[in-house]
Design a protein around this ligand. Sequence first.
Ligand SMILES: Cc1ncc(COP(=O)(O)OP(=O)(O)O)c(N)n1
Ligand SMILES: Cc1nc(C(=O)O)sc1CCOP(=O)(O)O
Ligand SMILES: [Mg+2]
Length: 542
Amino acid sequence: MTESTLFNSTSNSPLHAPTVWCVGGTDSSGGAGVTRDLATLCDLGVRGCVIVTQVTAQSNSKMLAQAPMAPSVINEQWQALASEGLPHCIKIGAVANDEQAFSLCARIELLAGPRPFIIWDPVLQTSSMSTISRLSKEAIVQLLNVADIVTPNVSELAALSQYFRNQSTISSHHDARKAAKTLLATSNLAEHPGAEKATLLKGVFVKAGHADWQCDATDMYFTQTEDVSFSQPRCDAGELRGTGCLLASAIAGFYAKDYCVNDALTLANAYVRKVRNVSTSQRDKFHHPKAVGFPTNPDIFPTVCFKNSVFKTSANGEREISHQHSSPFEPFEPFVPIAPKRGIYPVVDSADWIERLLPTGVNIIQLRIKSDKKDSGQAWISEEIKKAVALTRGTSCQLFINDHWELAIEHGAFGVHLGQEDLFDADIKAIRHAGLRLGVSTHGYAELQRVKALSPSYIALGHIFATQTKTMPSKPQGLARLKQYVQLCADTPTVAIGGIDISRCKAVANTGVTHIAVVSAITKATNPIHAYSALNKEAGYA
Ligand SMILES: Cc1ncc(COP(=O)(O)OP(=O)(O)O)c(N)n1
Ligand SMILES: Cc1nc(C(=O)O)sc1CCOP(=O)(O)O
Ligand SMILES: [Mg+2]
């Protein structure tokens, strides 16, 4: 849900400040629960509100007393908050009992129109091993059905999934995946006729904390179609308390700040690492997390890996996985970077365009032939690539071929540009062995952290502004995020793309991005040659 679609429940006016409601228990010691959630959200510049489900008297090592709230008190807190508008995200932590769970789920189901994003962090026990949540199978099913994502650690995943399958232990990635898939399957349309797709559980994010079989610490995110993993080397954070709440509330905070789910997960992983990195000596004697602010340092970001499921419909009309693509990039030699000279990078759809632009002295160009031209057939595309390679041979112009990596190798192009989907199928090793350069598209933190593992020749960062050239599934990134991405790429050359014209190229160049790719600013210009030079000059590259 975006700010533009989120409306105040009473006045229908949009809510602007990123806001998260934290539903859960108080921890009198301040180390966990909604007390920790609020500190995390405050650190991230997000407004946090609370709906208290239970008051706990606990020290850093013991639970002394617990008092669950009556559902009517939870309802009153909900109504008080809702009268001022709905939040972007609701983070549900410890729910004390079935009564509370049923009443909360009923409230959520009553929400009309676009709903806040709902994260259920199924806290069952405190770190001192006191039970703070007693839920029946029915209450668990209801919570799973209202949540968008659920964020158990391995023990919580085992406890939740044991209701729906025979196995109760989880001691491998395979077990975790099966258990997560079981939870996803409890929430399906067949069991809830009439339910809107948007109300079904979308993903299970399994926190690495108790995954003892792992060498690195790998958080695992499972959806119906995709497995995503977020890996960091393990680090000893001593007796840090409340890291589960910290991670879940950071996910909620980043989501409220309008990051997509995979980016919120990547940022939250980096944020927790930043907190852990604060040495024990810097922490107070209660082992509570410190405020550390927005993560920016490349060293604290996880490596992200995607695995996609490809579905087929069986004879009886059921969807089943036909096979899986994965992108576990093996460590191999980095690709040679593009030439360091900063410049405008025209993206064009024929060899004729390349011939027209070469006299400008352009030093990087892309041949991007898409579906409308594909009707001309593979032979035509092959001819265009061959012509483009011949035109640029012996010049200093670095020619990248979009999509058609096999033809690029065959004709000896300088490089290949691949999108995220292409990375599942393309033979990266073959491209590397043929001596070609590699450029890769990204659209946010998760994709960026995925492709950094490839050490490509450049990383493209898109789309910065709205574009008329291509239908984009993601939102425009804007200049502030572009600047963060450039920092994360460290020494790898970067290319900004999407909606960049003469009026914007100076501000884009000021982010430090090494190249600016444009389609329409050149191909739709009255005088494309002049447009190329003007863009280069305005960006300060000439
Ligand atoms: C420089 C540059 N950046 C991004 C893209 C987009 O590539 P991709 O994601 O493969 O999408 P298509 O261009 O194939 O539609 C690009 N071509 N060039
Ligand atoms: C081809 C392409 N890829 C993008 C990405 O973000 O990956 S944006 C884009 C279109 C860029 O065209 P224009 O300069 O006319 O806005
Ligand atoms: Mg492509």
